[in-house]
Design a protein around this ligand. Structure first.
Ligand SMILES: [Fe+2]
Ligand SMILES: [Fe+2]
Length: 292
């Protein structure tokens, strides 16, 4: 099974939008997009990277959020058109990021336009979303919450963590891949951007184990190993933005190949990144056996 992880494409344009008197915290983020962010995320980078990844014929795309800038309905619509071009919804699992669920009206927009890729009932959305594939079970979490100005943190909450606990237990005989936008482990970013219940999530992951945790939000490539109570290890990966340009460094994605092995699963990972000419290169690779 071939799984591709991309995250934080921030692919939508705010060219046709102007903040009105009720724009609230969108004002500041719109200014930040106009002055800096629009140069840090380029559509050409995303198009070049996804064309390269598509040629690798993935079975499933795992996308860990931040498709938008400020969670407008027009952005949800624009991102849905991009998702439509990327792959059929049965080959995608998307989880939202803080720039998608940016303001109180964002939830309605993303549920209306993205429910096929989120794999939730728009009338009664519930996370985690569990999707079983031949060799792996994908478990998508929603860590995005509407935050005050200058905050970008997330939260799962006790009920979602409890459902995650059950989902990990129920799928323990498969290769479990957990997807979340915010970093699941404490200390990965500034407190104002962190997951409020990262310690509780880490304890849960240590207790239940998982083969992989994929996340975004940091816009950097990072890799961590989490020791689990049964002696196994969970590999945690953050991937840089799939549209990154300029000071953001190279746009990147990860390709995972997962196959059953005698004592678990053989997992191989390739980190693909674009050079300045939008050509993709493998900049890291590794292979290990996971208990799942
Ligand atoms: Fe982001
Ligand atoms: Fe984010």
């Amino acid at each position: 099974m071939r799984l591709i992880h991309i995250t934080d494409p921030h692919l939508t344009s705010l060219d046709s939008w102007r903040p009105g008197p009720s724009a609230g915290k969108r004002w500041l983020s719109w200014l930040s997009w106009q002055s800096r962010r629009r140069k840090r995320h380029l559509q050409a980078r995303l198009t070049a990277l996804t064309a390269h990844l598509d040629a690798a014929r993935p079975d499933v795309w795992a996308i860990t959020g931040d498709l938008c800038q400020i969670g407008l309905e027009q952005e949800a619509r624009e991102a849905a058109a991009w998702l439509n071009r990327l792959a059929s919804a049965d080959r995608v699992l998307l989880v939202p990021g803080n720039h998608d669920l940016f303001a109180t009206d964002s939830s309605e927009s993303i549920l209306r336009h993205w429910s096929d890729w989120l794999h939730v009932d728009p009338a009664a959305p519930e996370w985690p979303v569990v999707r079983a594939f031949d060799e792996a079970t994908l478990i998508g979490l929603n860590s995005a919450v509407v935050t005050p100005l200058l905050k970008a943190g997330g939260r799962l909450g006790a009920a979602m963590r409890e459902r995650l606990d059950h989902a990990l237990e129920k799928s323990r005989d498969t290769c479990r891949v957990v997807m979340i936008h915010h970093p699941p482990l404490p200390g990965c970013c500034k407190p104002r951007k962190a997951l409020a219940d990262d310690r509780e999530l880490t304890e849960l992951l240590k207790r239940r184990g998982a083969a992989l945790v994929l996340h975004g939000h940091l816009h950097h490539n990072r890799e961590y190993r989490l020791g689990c109570s049964d002696g196994s290890e969970t590999a945690v990966f953050c991937t840089a933005s799939a549209s990154a340009a300029g000071s953001q460094g190279p746009a990147a994605a990860r390709i995972f190949d997962i196959e059953p092995a005698s004592c678990g699963y053989r997992v191989s990972m390739r980190l693909e990144a674009l050079d300045a000419s939008n050509r993709a290169h493998t900049i890291e690779n590794s292979e290990w056996i996971s208990r799942g």
